[in-house]
Design a protein around this ligand. Structure first.
Ligand code: GLV
Ligand code: MG
Length: 346
């Protein structure tokens, strides 16, 4: 095991030192853009004002014959756009693919200083992160990138889920993780062709009672994995995300999936279609009434200790911490969104 004192040393001479704490960024939606399409690229400057993160996708969904065009398109859109406080990410191809080496060398060479996060698909264990960590350090050093480029792992194989804790603690370059329900379903041989969300056949039935219809409740296929991912991330100071929701015709189901992830501890979700941006914004920004109540708790317990009653509800040191989670998030949202700042009174 690596010596503790070496963990925060750069992995290449001339590379920037890893962050000790993640930069505080609002990342309610990671919006996927197919960068080989010029029409889509032209809209990126406007998009960057509407979303928290713009991600240029180079992996799945990009046709094989467009892989190079997507890579070069990403570089062009990164150069042409002023991102301000909006994050710039890319999803590179898998480490065993013929494209990934050029994805990384070209992109860090051309726009490494603008790139916040590399999303790595099909992560199976800490060895994948160690390889990318070392390579990024070498490229950062060669191209004089001043701030570390972070790594975000997609949790989308059974082996990755088995190794999720080791992945989360593998490097100070780790930003967080996203659940990839499509690849994960395939890897586990789950019998669903849906991209995220529930399944009508995954349910529990109430016991049969004479003369009464049996109640049916659909269950959440992803609960176990999301909770496991959230624990691995939170324990290591990383952020957890829900990934894609594929049925663009069902905004209610998308909202329900996003909300479950939010309540369980996720910071955001992927948006693959413009209609999902508003859903993610609404879900991953705390509710104004909840913020108001959380602020009452903090005001009633200025030093965070003791016990008070508010509207018949007991508050103590632990609920003070719960309230602080909500208010800290509200402040981060308010700093970026004047409408919500007004709604929160912040
Ligand atoms: C995302 O990449 C997924 O496989 O769901
Ligand atoms: Mg996938």
């Amino acid at each position: 095991m690596k010596l503790a004192r070496n963990v925060f040393k750069p992995l290449a001479i001339g590379a920037p030192a890893p962050y000790r704490e993640l930069p505080v960024r609002l990342e309610r939606m990671i919006h996927f853009v197919p960068p080989h399409l010029e029409k889509v690229r032209a809209k990126v400057p406007e998009l960057a004002r509407q979303v928290d993160v713009v991600l240029g996708n180079l992996e799945d969904a990009i046709p094989v014959e467009a892989k190079e065009a997507a890579r070069e398109g990403f570089i062009a859109m990164a150069k042409a756009t002023e991102f301000g406080g909006t994050g710039l990410w890319t999803r590179i191809n898998a480490l065993n693919s013929p494209w990934v080496l050029d994805d990384l060398t070209r992109i860090v060479a051309e726009v490494g200083h603008k790139l916040d996060v590399v999303m790595l698909p099909k992560v199976e264990g800490p060895w994948d992160i160690h390889y990318l960590d070392q390579l990024l350090a070498q490229l950062e050093a060669r191209y004089k990138v001043q701030k570390p480029i972070l790594i975000h792992a997609i949790l989308e194989t059974a082996e990755g889920v088995k190794n999720v804790d080791a992945i989360a603690e593998s490097s100070p370059r780790m930003h967080g993780m996203s659940l990839g329900p499509a690849d994960l379903a395939a890897s586990r041989a789950m019998k669903t062709t849906r991209v995220g969300g529930g399944h009508p056949d995954y349910k529990v039935l109430s016991d049969p009672l004479e003369g009464q219809p049996r109640a049916v409740a659909q269950q959440d296929l992803w609960h176990y994995t999301i909770a496991k991912m959230v624990d691995a991330c939170a324990a290591n100071g990383l952020k957890a995300f829900y990934g894609p929701f594929g049925d663009f015709s069902d905004p209610q189901a998308c909202e329900a999936q996003f909300r479950n992830a939010f309540l369980l501890g996720c910071a955001g979700a992927w948006t693959l279609h413009p209609s999902q941006i508003g859903i993610a914004k609404a879900v991953f920004s705390p509710d104004a009434a909840e913020v108001a109540f959380a602020r009452r708790i903090l005001d009633a317990m200025p030093d965070g200790s003791g016990a008070v009653m508010i509207d018949g509800k007991m508050q103590d040191d632990a609920t003070w911490k719960q309230a602080k989670v909500i208010v800290d998030l509200a402040r981060t949202v308010a700093a970026r969104d004047p409408d919500l700042a007004a709604a929160y009174g912040l």
